[in-house]
Design a protein around this ligand. Structure first.
Ligand SMILES: NC(=O)c1ccc[n+]([C@@H]2O[C@H](COP(=O)([O-])OP(=O)(O)OC[C@H]3O[C@@H](n4cnc5c(N)ncnc54)[C@H](OP(=O)(O)O)[C@@H]3O)[C@@H](O)[C@H]2O)c1
Length: 261
């Protein structure tokens, strides 16, 4: 579908990012085989931007889907697909970032990701496995060292753009004070609407709904509808209380989210 391809934003790196991306975080996770097939369908119907993360467990099936799409002739080169992945909190240590990205690239069977994000402004002890952690495993986040390592990934050409996710204003300001390269994106889990001029990650593994979600460029909300939507209070669906603890770096949601609602 050309419509999606025509709607792109240019990031501060100069790279183009399709405004609609397909999210791949879900629970329970389908089998790798089932997910690969869903993602090949998504490429077939026109998705050219995919959002994954090392913690989602979807990098491998996404890599497989891109290979299959190439074999089937749905795309001619893998660079026709824009891929975002994210650094998990156990790897948010200056010396582990590059290794984590290399593992991601191996999973995705790619030489670079289009966008690599720090998933959370949170550092977990290295030996934590998956989501099996308590607040005691959260240690102070090294914003300067982690971002420096992200910049190295960019300079090595392993990430075409770098950015963050779930950062509040204070943390973003602190990062900018210490950055040589500014983040291209701050991905947040609020349900943003396209009319606000932001790009959006939609998740559906149902083919019909995947199609519907790509068709937002063909129609517009009228002023009355926009007014109604603007009156709906915005709330954060995923607050991430799991990162809070009495003795850790984040004692309250206020601290984690910099007071943002
Ligand atoms: N950076 C972060 O920390 C972060 C946090 C949250 C999310 N994300 C990314 O954003 C993506 C989306 O997350 P989300 O929280 O918005 O999605 P979600 O709540 O996980 O999924 C959206 C739900 O809406 C349904 N749906 C989708 N399109 C629909 C349609 N047209 N009509 C009716 N139902 C529809 C889907 O069901 P079906 O699949 O059955 O259609 C799914 O159950 C994630 O997959 C992930 O990639 C990132």
């Amino acid at each position: 579908m050309e419509a999606n391809k025509l709607h792109e934003v240019i990031l501060n790196s100069g790279e183009k990012m399709p405004m609609i991306g397909l999210g791949t975080a879900t629970s329970p996770l389908p089998s790798n085989e089932a997910l690969t097939s869903i993602l090949v369908d998504a490429i077939d119907i026109g998705y050219r931007h995919f959002d994954t993360a090392s913690i989602y467990g979807t990098e491998e099936p996404l890599g497989e889907a891109v290979s299959k799409a190439l074999e089937l002739g749905l795309i001619k080169k893998s660079d026709e697909v824009f891929i975002t992945s994210k650094l998990w909190c156990t790897d948010a240590h200056h010396d582990l970032v590059l290794k984590a990205l290399k593992t991601t690239l191996k999973n995705l069977r790619l030489e670079y990701v289009d966008l690599y994000l720090i998933h959370w402004p949170v550092r977990l002890k290295e030996d934590v496995e998956g989501f099996n952690f308590t607040g005691e495993d959260v240690i102070p986040f090294d914003i300067k060292g982690t971002w420096k390592a992200m910049e190295d990934c960019y300079r090595l050409g392993l990430a075409k753009s770098i950015g963050v996710s779930n950062f509040g204003i204070k943390k973003l300001s602190l990062l900018l004070e210490n950055a040589t390269i500014s983040p291209a994106v701050n991905q947040i889990a609020l349900r943003w609407i396209h009319e606000q001029g932001t790009s959006v990650i939609v998740k559906s593994f149902n083919k019909e709904r995947m199609k519907q979600n790509l068709e937002i460029f063909d129609w517009k909300l009228n002023q009355e509808e926009l007014d109604k939507i603007n009156k709906i209070p915005q709330c954060r669906l995923y607050k991430a209380e799991m990162f809070l603890s009495e003795n850790g770096p984040y004692k309250s949601l206020e601290e984690l989210w910099d007071g943002d609602p």
